[in-house]
Design a protein around this ligand. Structure first.
Ligand SMILES: NC(=O)c1ccc[n+]([C@@H]2O[C@H](COP(=O)([O-])OP(=O)(O)OC[C@H]3O[C@@H](n4cnc5c(N)ncnc54)[C@H](OP(=O)(O)O)[C@@H]3O)[C@@H](O)[C@H]2O)c1
Length: 276
């Protein structure tokens, strides 16, 4: 079995095998892990890929779409006509949140950097896109909401944190839901409890992986709904970069450099081809 062995903590963007890399060189004949090993895959962790679905796309689905589906549908109960604001919208989880928002018939405002990302977000149905490298998120969102006769944002989907979160809080309606997904900016934001009280906000911490321990059936139902949406063409898995295992450092570098539009995938086996 092909395996990338982690030797120590370190810079994952350095080439494997080198002094700076935490990875030992890729081994082509690594033994299969024992069933008792934490890396062994158990039957209940597997799901059936629908006919005709690309295997790499299926591999990209659970974490990104699963997180956004549980957050938006199960927790915030996003409804048609509500306004959804997605931060980091062109990233792995962001793209899935925009698509699920449109499946729920929400009005979606998507925030990302650069023309290419904004064009892609428009192409998957975002109602309004904001380039956070050029425009003020608050001003741009406010003028869109005013033009549409909308009061404010009902659901904030936040995988970024930091200043972007602090700014976005100014756009939230009474009774809004805040979905705390991640901190890609490296900065954990402060959401003041007194403001949450006055505005009747609900703050959801959402950790997808922990549902397999605490609410496994919710997770299974969520994945099944996503697979049915995928087979009906309601959602599409966007993969911006594919790498071989030996190129794992390039995959990490693409994420670090904010180049990904959708998912970055590592494809195992001899059939894997690098598409840089
Ligand atoms: N809660 C859960 O269960 C769960 C599940 C999956 C992921 N996550 C978390 O969600 C976050 C996003 O994951 P992802 O897979 O979507 O990552 P990603 O593909 O790297 O996307 C993150 C996005 O955040 C934006 N961003 C803003 N400031 C950034 C900064 N300083 N550095 C890097 N990116 C920045 C980037 O967009 P622009 O360049 O366009 O601004 C980028 O597209 C991560 O923190 C991850 O751990 C949580």
């Amino acid at each position: 079995m092909e395996a990338l062995v982690v030797r120590r903590l370190g810079d994952p963007t350095a080439p494997p095998g080198g002094e700076a890399s935490p990875f030992a060189a890729v081994s082509g004949d690594h033994p299969l892990p024992e069933l008792s090993s934490p890396t062994a895959v158990r039957e209940k962790q597997l799901f059936l890929v629908p006919d005709g679905c690309d295997l790499v796309a299926a591999g990209a689905l659970p974490v990104a779409f699963g997180t956004s589906h549980l957050a938006l549908v199960h927790r915030a109960q996003l409804k048609a006509g509500q306004v959804l604001l997605v931060l980091g919208a062109a990233g792995g989880v962001g793209v899935s949140a925009v698509q699920i928002g449109k499946v729920c018939h929400a009005v979606v405002i998507a925030v990302a950097r650069g023309v290419e990302k904004l064009q892609y977000l428009k192409s998957i149905g975002a109602d309004h896109v904001i380039d956070s490298s050029k425009d003020s998120v608050i001003e741009s969102a406010k003028s869109f909401l005013k033009a549409r006769g909308l009061k404010g944002v009902d659901v904030l989907y936040d995988p970024v944190g930091g200043k972007l979160t602090q700014d976005s809080l100014k756009l939230l309606s009474w009774g809004a839901h805040i979905l705390v997904i991640g901190f890609a900016s490296g900065d954990v934001p402060v959401i003041r409890a007194n403001i949450a009280l006055v505005k009747n906000w609900t703050i959801h911490g959402l950790y997808w992986g922990s549902y397999s321990t605490h609410r496994p059936q919710v997770l299974i139902d969520s994945l099944n709904e996503l697979l049915s949406w995928l087979s009906k063409g309601l959602i599409t898995v966007q993969i911006s970069h594919r790498y071989r295992l030996a190129e794992a450092h390039l995959a990490f570098a693409a994420l670090r450099d904010r180049k990904a539009v959708g998912k970055v995938m590592i494809v195992m086996g001899s059939s894997a081809k690098s598409r840089l």
